[in-house]
Design a protein around this ligand. Sequence first.
Ligand code: PAF
Length: 322
Amino acid sequence: MKHVLIGSIAALALTTGAEARQKIVVGHALSPSSHYGVGAQAFIDTLTELSGGAFTGEQAPASQLGGERDMIEGLQIGSMDVVITSTGPLGNFVPEIFALDLPFLFRDYDHARKVLDGEIGQELLDRIGENNLVGLAWTENGFRHVTNSQRPIRTPEDLQGLKLRTMENKVHMAAFTGMGAAPTPMAWPEVFGALQQGVVDGQENPVTVITAAKFWEVQKYVSLTGHVYSPAVVLASPALYDGLSDEQKGWFLEAAKASAAATRAEVNRLEEEGVAMLLANGMEVITEIDRAPFAALAEQSSYAVYTDQYGTGMVERIKAVE
Ligand code: PAF
């Protein structure tokens, strides 16, 4: 309930003389210095500048207002203003989004960004808009890799029986079941403690998150499996957005684009510098991985979760983007 109270206070319009000013809260799961934090600040700065100060903002970082699923619900009931979230829990609200969570679908960052910035990305933002949410822009979390406390993972055999925290996402869970792990869905705010206490052996996240969360404190091994691309999205509450003028909506859209650009630049930097940070902090990093056997098992077990309902059309269209 914490987010209901804080969100509604933040959404209050402050009237000074003839000018109405409004402070927008941007919620996300990571630290202010993370790739999401950098993106949240770019959103706030751009919105403040474009609106000449009519809108200002502040971050609610580090899951202060709840996990990603809680924050999305907050947008739907109008207690949150703007949220930057991975697609992890979003498919539970907008099932078509599960297409983006399929493992080994995107070839590399260029491919993913091209899909999300093009026709398919816009179609999916529109779909989000039909589900009591506003999809402002696609942003990014990154390609996910497996970390754990038990052993180096080089082959699917090494994953057998490993208790692995996944996001609350049925496509990801099916993929890890297929690859032999024992997936345990869990909200992000619980993950560090669960790793520390040995409730789970491992987790999977991009280098951006592994560094932001300082997982070297609780995990020994990182395997650069790159098993799935993790998109993120800047969302707004319809209760806020629908009340804006067209000009104000334009500022929010521009701010979201600036946020995505800043986050992607930070993802690029961490993709270059992050592995050195992991090594410097004592992690063993397994870089030489034959992805083919992982891909075969993951695709076999997880693609049907999406294609049984929606067919293979979207998957083929994504793969065809050059
Ligand atoms: O693992 C997750 O839940 C997500 O990747 C995270 C860390 C919340 C970032 O969106």
